[in-house]
Design a binder for this molecule. Structure first.
Ligand SMILES: NC(=O)c1ccc[n+]([C@@H]2O[C@H](COP(=O)([O-])OP(=O)(O)OC[C@H]3O[C@@H](n4cnc5c(N)ncnc54)[C@H](OP(=O)(O)O)[C@@H]3O)[C@@H](O)[C@H]2O)c1
Length: 213
């Protein structure tokens, strides 16, 4: 990522769902929970933009692979898939539907920063991509869904998540310049209108939060 040429590097928003204690985000290459309302929130927020514009979602190759083929690329958003494998590409139809493959952050971000049709740039995971992004000052906003099992071991338990995002601890603890914004600010930024920013699905509690630095 080019941290010097800030004029062409867009601001980045990480959008992530994690358990509050271990910051678990994945299991066996998938999400450790199934919360349809949270997936719908993710889709609404990452799609929301003014007319004639679209948002970009940047993800690691493994996260792209984890999306069922019939749902990818994620519609109404430019999907940017990062890989280090030279020449790795996607089937023609997925490229035509709005996916691009990039071999590095710098290349990906500079292209987006120079694209006037792009409104917001979201980093949608997984762990490796979140970790690399959060080191950089351009990443100044985190939309965090806190996912907590009410006594459910399979969500917060030691065995539940094999992938964690430990680097988000300063965010959730409001250290190193990170501050939790109010629910009103979250609604204003995301366009969400629901009174409740979260809910409970099969005993799993989820809560939408926004942090900035
Ligand atoms: N809870 C959530 O909100 C959330 C969100 C998304 C994903 N997840 C979960 O996270 C897990 C996947 O995370 P992960 O860390 O294993 O994989 P990942 O971050 O999705 O993908 C890693 C891959 O991205 C590519 N990559 C990473 N850094 C790169 C760079 N600087 N330049 C170019 N390519 C780069 C490499 O692809 P190549 O190997 O092809 O070179 C690398 O293997 C899954 O369990 C998924 O369900 C959770």
């Amino acid at each position: 990522m080019a941290s010097q040429s800030t004029s062409t590097v867009p601001r980045l928003t990480l959008i992530v769902a994690a358990t509050p204690k271990r910051l678990g985000i994945g299991r066996n290459g998938q999400l450790p929970w199934r919360i349809p309302a949270e997936l719908a929130y993710f889709a609404r927020v990452t799609k929301a933009c003014p007319p004639n514009k679209r948002n970009a979602v940047i993800m690691g190759r493994k996260t792209y692979d984890s999306i069922p083929p019939k749902f990818r690329p994620l519609p109404e958003r430019l999907n940017v898939i990062l890989t280090r494998q030279k020449g790795w590409t996607l089937p023609e139809d997925e490229l035509l539907k709005g996916a691009v493959v990039r071999e590095g952050f710098t290349e990906a971000l500079e292209a987006l920063g120079n694209d006037e049709n792009i409104h917001r740039v979201f980093i949608i995971g997984g762990a490796e991509i979140y970790r690399e992004t959060i080191k950089h000052q351009e990443a100044d906003r985190v939309l965090l869904t806190v996912v907590e099992g009410e006594g459910l071991d399979d969500v917060e338990g030691e065995k539940a998540c094999d992938t964690t995002f430990e680097e988000a601890r300063p965010v959730i603890e409001e250290k190193e310049g990170w501050t939790r914004r109010s629910d009103e600010e979250l609604r204003e930024w995301t366009g969400e209108t629901a009174e409740l920013l979260g809910g409970v699905a099969k005993g799993v509690k989820y809560e939408y939060r926004m942090y900035t630095r």
